[in-house]
Design a protein around this ligand. Structure first.
Ligand code: FAD
Length: 476
C-alpha cells in the first residue's frame, strides 16, 4: 500500500486505464479506488444498446483492474461523497465533462464533496483539445468547421499520457462496508443487470454489438491502422465497404482516447490519415459548439427551421413509423434504418441520407429523428448526434443548406453501386442483382416478398420542401 489517504478515480466517459491523465494524477503516490456511478437520470435516456455496451465496458474495466471496480447505482451527488467518506479519500479525480448535464452534475458533486473537505480534481477530458479552448483572435468561438480546424491545429494537443499499469488499486473489500451501499452492482452482476435493469428496452441489437472495452478498442484501431486507413479518404463514403474505423462506440465511452489516435496517424503519408484526423476534429468541433450553445441540443440555432410548417397527424405518424422500421419503400434508406435496429450503428453517409429523408421527404422535425437515433445508436453522443441532425436539417451554424436535399435513389446508386449494402440489410430484396435493387418497383410484378412500394414520391416532396422554404417567414 502507498501513502494514504486513498484517492478515488470516478470513471465516466473514460473507461480505460491507459492514456488516462486523470488516473495518473489520482495514482501518484496513492492507492486508487475505481468508482463508476450508474446515474438513473442518464440511463433513462440512454437506450438499450448503449446501456448494454456501457455495462460490458464496465465489466471489461473491472477485469482489467483485478476485480476492484466499485459500481453503484444512484445520484452521483449522493453516491460520490458517500464513497469518499467510506474509503477515507481526500480527493476525487475525474476527466472533465463539458456537456450541459455533466457540467451541472460536477458542480453539484464538487459542492457536496467540499462540505467534508474532499476536493474534486479534473484532469483531461474526452477530447484532444477541450471544448472552449479553440478561440478566434477576438476571443469568440468558431461556428464554421474549416476555420475551427485551422485554430484546432494551431492550438495543438498533447501526446498520449502513458500506461496505467503501475496504478495500485485499493482493495475496497477490506475498507468498505457493503451494508452502507445496497445499490452496489457487483461486477459479476453487470452482465446480468443489463438484461433486467435496462430501462429503455431496444435490446434487439445486443447480439450484434461490438466487443466492449479498452482491449477491444485497441484491437479495432490496430486493425484499421494496418490497412483500411490508407484508403479511408475515399472509402469512408462507401457503406458497402468496411472503410471506416468503427471506433465511435469506444470513443463515446472513452475506451480509447482521440489523443492516442492522433498520435498514431501523425506523420503517416497519404490522404487517408489526414482525412481521419479531420474527422476526429469534427467530433471536437461539435462538442465545442454544444459547449458554447447548449440550447442547440433542443432547438435549431437558426430559428426559422423550427418555425417552418412540419407535418403532424395520422399520416405523419405512419410515415415516422415506416422510417423507423425501415419500410419506406426506398431500399437504400430502409437498409440503413434496419442496420440501426439490428446493429445499433449506421454509416455516416446514411445518417445524412436518412436524416434528409425524414426532414425533407417526410417533412418531420429533425428532433424526432435525433431522439430515435439516441434510442438505438451504440455510439449515441449528444453533441455529435444533435449537431449532425442540425447539419442535415440546415439548423446549425455549420449546416448543409436547407434546400440541399439528398436523393434517396441516386445516393444509393452512387455510394452502393452494386447494391451490396442494401442486400445485407433488406433480405426481401436479396435476390435482385446489381444496382436494380435500388428500384425494385421497376421489376415486373413490383417489389418481391412483401417489400413495400415507396411511401412518397420523392420529386413531389422535394418540391414541397422547396415551396415551404420559399414561403418561410422573413428573418427576425
Ligand atoms: P470514422 O469514419 O472511422 O471516423 C472516426 C471518428 O471520427 C468517429 O468515430 C467519430 O468520433 C469521428 N467522426 C467521424 N465523422 C464524424 C462526424 N460527421 N461528426 C462527428 N464526428 C465524426 N457520431 C457519433 O459518434 N455519435 C452520434 O450519435 C452521431 N450521430 C450522428 C447523427 C447524424 C445525423 C450524422 C450525420 C452523424 C452522426 N455522427 C455521430 C457522426 C458519424 O456518423 C459517426 O461518428 C461515424 O459514422 C462513426 O463511425 P466510425 O467510427 O466508423 O467513423
Amino acid at each position: 500500500m502507498t501513502e494514504s489517504p486513498r484517492r478515488i478515480l470516478w470513471f465516466r466517459r473514460d473507461l480505460r486505464i491507459n492514456d488516462h491523465p486523470a488516473l495518473l494524477a489520482a495514482g501518484e503516490n496513492h492507492d486508487v479506488v475505481g468508482l463508476f456511478v450508474l446515474d438513473p437520470t442518464l440511463l433513462r435516456d440512454a437506450g438499450g444498446p448503449r446501456t448494454v455496451f456501457l455495462l460490458r465496458c464496465l465489466a471489461a474495466l473491472d477485469a482489467a483492474i483485478g476485480g476492484k471496480l466499485l459500481v453503484i447505482t444512484g445520484d452521483p451527488v449522493v453516491v460520490v461523497p458517500a464513497v469518499a467518506a467510506a474509503v477515507a479519500a481526500d480527493e476525487v479525480h475525474i476527466s472533465a465533462d463539458y456537456m450541459p448535464y455533466g457540467r451541472k452534475r460536477d458542480d453539484r458533486v464538487r459542492d457536496a464533496l467540499a462540505t467534508s473537505g474532499v476536493a474534486l480534481v479534473a484532469t483531461g477530458s474526452p477530447y484532444a483539445v477541450a471544448p472552449g479552448r479553440v478561440r478566434k483572435p477576438d476571443g469568440s468561438n468558431y461556428s464554421v468547421f474549416t476555420p475551427y480546424f485551422g485554430g484546432w491545429t494551431e492550438h495543438g494537443y498533447r501526446g498520449p499520457a502513458g500506461s496505467g499499469s503501475g496504478i495500485v488499486w485499493a482493495d475496497i473489500d477490506g475498507v468498505f462496508d457493503p451494508a452502507g451501499f445496497p445499490d452496489r452492482v457487483l461486477p459479476a452482476d453487470l452482465l446480468e443487470h443489463q438484461l433486467s435493469g435496462v430501462p429503455n428496452a431496444n435490446l434487439s441489437t445486443v447480439a450484434e454489438l461490438p466487443v466492449a472495452g479498452e482491449a477491444a478498442a485497441a484491437a479495432t484501431w490496430k486493425e484499421f491502422l494496418a490497412g483500411p486507413i490508407t484508403d479511408y479518404h475515399d472509402d469512408r463514403n462507401r457503406p458497402d465497404h468496411e472503410g471506416t474505423s468503427r471506433l465511435s462506440p469506444y470513443l463515446k465511452w472513452g475506451c480509447i482516447h482521440p489523443r492516442t489516435l492522433l498520435a498514431d496517424v501523425k506523420g503517416l503519408p497519404g490522404t487517408g490519415p489526414a482525412s481521419y484526423r479531420r474527422e476526429i476534429a469534427w467530433r471536437e468541433f461539435f462538442a465545442d459548439l454544444v459547449f458554447h450553445k447548449p440550447e442547440s441540443l433542443k432547438w435549431s440555432l437558426n430559428p426559422i427551421i423550427d418555425d417552418l410548417p412540419w407535418d403532424t397527424g395520422t399520416v405523419a405518424d405512419q410515415h415516422f413509423e415506416a422510417w423507423k422500421q425501415g419500410r419506406t419503400g426506398f431500399p437504400y434508406i430502409d437498409a440503413a434504418m434496419r442496420q440501426l435496429l439490428t446493429q445499433g450503428w449506421m454509416h455516416n453517409r446514411l445518417r445524412m441520407s436518412v436524416g434528409s429523408f425524414l426532414v425533407k421527404d417526410l417533412h418531420l422535425r429533425w428532433q424526432l429523428g435525433a431522439a430515435h437515433f439516441m434510442d438505438y445508436l451504440v455510439d449515441g453522443d449528444i453533441a455529435s448526434n444533435n449537431q449532425g441532425w442540425l447539419w442535415v436539417a440546415g439548423g446549425g451554424p455549420q449546416a448543409s443548406p436547407f434546400f440541399r436535399i439528398f436523393h434517396p435513389i441516386t445516393q444509393g446508386l452512387k455510394f452502393d453501386p452494386d447494391g451490396d449494402y442494401v442486400r445485407k440489410f433488406v433480405p426481401e430484396l436479396a435476390d435482385i442483382p446489381g444496382a436494380m435493387i435500388h428500384t425494385p418497383w421497376d421489376l415486373p410484378g413490383g417489389p418481391p416478398n412483401g417489400y413495400p412500394m415507396p411511401i412518397i414520391d420523392h420529386q413531389a416532396e422535394r418540391e414541397e420542401t422547396l415551396r415551404r422554404w420559399a414561403a418561410r417567414p422573413p428573418k427576425p
